[in-house]
Design a protein around this ligand. Structure first.
Ligand code: GTP
Ligand code: MG
Length: 149
């Protein structure tokens, strides 16, 4: 099964949105296989966002992401990388549809509440970066035949 890395960013944690975000992925039928509150060190965040190192907002982004704890998660299920991105909404909350997490709760791109891996390969890299193998739980939902045909 496909996995993705989803994180509630420091603004999402401060605003009490951890439960709201978990609730949406659970309600959809996705399965959490790992989750933890972590105040990420700057070197982890720089590595996480290394593809954006030459962007003008990179230093601000690392400051924002290290301004408090994040809630880091791994979610599993059919096409969860793509669907996770859809559920989060556009990078800029002002461009996000109502009904998405950013479209329902955000305004500024530099305070966009949540992170989601942008591809299956990226997800693999990010999961390995944020979690140890033993932090991931392999299990099945007892009701999985009511979620999947
Ligand atoms: P993530 O899920 O956080 O990776 O967002 P994304 O994949 O939708 O966007 P991207 O990876 O391109 O950018 C990573 C993060 O950098 C965004 O989520 C924003 O928090 C921040 N960011 C992106 N573009 C801008 C920008 O133009 N200005 C500012 N201030 N922040 C930006
Ligand atoms: Mg991204």
């Amino acid at each position: 099964q496909e996995r993705t890395f989803i994180a509630v960013k420091p603004d999402g944690v401060q605003r009490g949105l951890i439960g709201e975000i978990i609730k949406r992925f659970e309600a959809r039928g996705y399965k959490m296989v790992a989750g933890k509150l972590i105040w990420a060190p700057k070197d982890l965040l720089k590595n996480h966002y290394k593809d954006l190192a030459d962007k003008p907002f990179y230093n601000g982004l690392v400051e924002y992401m290290s301004s408090g704890p994040v809630f880091a998660m791994v979610w599993e299920g059919k096409e969860v990388v793509k669907m996770g991105r859809q559920m989060l909404g556009a990078t800029n909350p002002l461009a996000s549809m109502p009904g998405t997490i950013r479209g329902d709760f955000g305004i500024d791109v530099g305070r966009n509440i949540c992170h989601g891996s942008d591809a299956v390969e990226t997800a693999r890299r990010e999961i390995a970066l944020w979690f140890k193998e033993e932090e991931l739980s392999d299990y099945e939902f007892a009701n999985k035949s009511w979620i999947y045909e």
